[in-house]
Design a protein around this ligand. Structure first.
Ligand SMILES: Cc1cc2nc3c(=O)[nH]c(=O)nc-3n(C[C@H](O)[C@H](O)[C@H](O)COP(=O)(O)OP(=O)(O)OC[C@H]3O[C@@H](n4cnc5c(N)ncnc54)[C@H](O)[C@@H]3O)c2cc1C
Length: 336
């Protein structure tokens, strides 16, 4: 029997675990997931699960478009097929706005989403007046939110149903799992310690969750000091910060002021909303997403799937397509 271990039970580890366990179900392959923590204590649990590529500039647009398309299509299928409530998936209109004097080129992924349109100058001017901003350009399209607090338990259920087994444990070094034939590394920021990957760094993000059931639309101001408002099914997320190499998990009063003041400029009625909680998470930043096989002499090969920055939910399903592909290739080449 071949033994595969996936390290990390966040959105990327669980997506990879589901793909591998379902592919090898009822074959002579044992699939194990080992993770220090799972939902609601992963990075994804802080996020709104908004489908949009963000903070992954070092990875090619072609890869981002391919991976994000696979996730978009997957969320759409779950949404169509009666799993929206269980997985926390909603289809939402979004405004993407910039005040950059040079505007913004339409992203390569524009053909992935439904109804991508550039706003005309009248509409950009109206939103500038409403938000007290000087937007130079904007786009409108339909996207999905896939809420990790619901999506991760769904993935875990699917993984266990496909015969996978789960062990809650911290791994300090990759060699602690040397009894396995293949290691899939999805430890996010933990990869810094587990595989000594010095290209990983934290991108701190602070957000607030409020009760505002009258908001059904995403506003995403994409400039460096921009705010965003993202509805989830039970609350609305106000954001947000992205502080590179900042490892503080404390709520910062300055960040709270930036978030609330900025979001109230976009939708003044936020003033009346009850604040449910404020949260901080550390996005797993990396110069480039690492999705590749590392062959090691005398040791089990490792497939790395880490460094998804602010897009882990957006890219999870597409990246796990590639993880499965790399796994199948290793089996074919008898490297296992
Ligand atoms: C404020 C904020 C907002 C965000 N908003 C969005 C958004 O709207 N859309 C989007 O797509 N993305 C968003 N993100 C980014 C997204 O949350 C991350 O990219 C994603 O969660 C990364 O998933 P992951 O599985 O790679 O890593 P993680 O979620 O960090 O999971 C890593 C897993 O590995 C385990 N682990 C780590 N080290 C070890 C170890 N030594 N031994 C055993 N287990 C270990 C951890 O316990 C965890 O289970 C946001 C992030 C933040 C912080």
């Amino acid at each position: 029997m071949k033994k595969i271990v996936i390290l990390g039970g966040g959105v990327n580890g669980l997506s990879s675990a589901v793909k591998i366990a379902e592919h090898f179900h009822r074959q002579d392959v044992q699939v194990t997931l080992i993770s220090e923590d799972v939902s609601p204590n992963t990075t994804g649990d802080v996020s709104a699960g908004y489908w949009t590529p963000f903070l992954v500039e070092g990875t090619s647009d072609e890869k981002i478009t391919k991976w994000s398309k696979s996730s978009y299509d997957f969320f759409h299928q779950l949404w169509l097929n009666g799993l929206a409530e269980e997985c926390g998936i909603s289809m939402i209109p979004t405004y993407r706005l910039t005040s950059d004097p040079e505007g913004e080129e339409a992203p390569l992924w524009k053909d992935v989403v439904f109804g991508f349109t550039k706003l005309n100058s009248d509409e950009t001017a109206r939103l500038s007046r409403e938000h007290n901003q000087t937007y130079t350009e904007g786009f409108h399209y339909i996207t999905f939110c896939c809420e990790p607090t619901k999506f991760l338990p769904y993935l875990m259920k699917r993984f266990l149903a496909a015969g996978g087994r789960f062990i809650k444990q911290k791994i300090n070094n990759i060699d602690e799992v040397s009894e396995f034939d293949l290691i899939v590394n999805c430890t996010g920021l933990g990869s810094k310690e587990v595989t000594n990957d010095m290209k990983c760094f934290a991108i701190r993000g602070q957000v607030a969750r409020i009760k505002a059931p009258w908001i059904y639309c995403i506003f995403n101001h994409t400039d460096d000091d921009g705010n965003y408002i993202i509805p989830n099914t039970n609350d609305v997320i106000l954001g947000g910060t992205h502080q590179v190499n900042d490892y503080s998990l404390e709520i910062s009063k300055a960040d709270s002021a930036f978030i609330f003041n900025g979001c109230k400029k976009i939708i003044p009625s936020i003033e009346n909303a009850e604040v449910i909680k404020e949260m901080v998470g550390l996005r797993p930043g990396r110069k480039e997403i690492r999705l590749e096989t590392e062959l090691r002499r005398r040791n089990a090969p490792i497939i790395h799937n880490v460094g998804h920055g602010g897009s882990g939910v957006t890219l999870c399903w597409g990246c796990s397509d590639d993880v499965l592909q790399l796994t199948i290739e290793l089996f074919k080449k008898a490297k296992l």
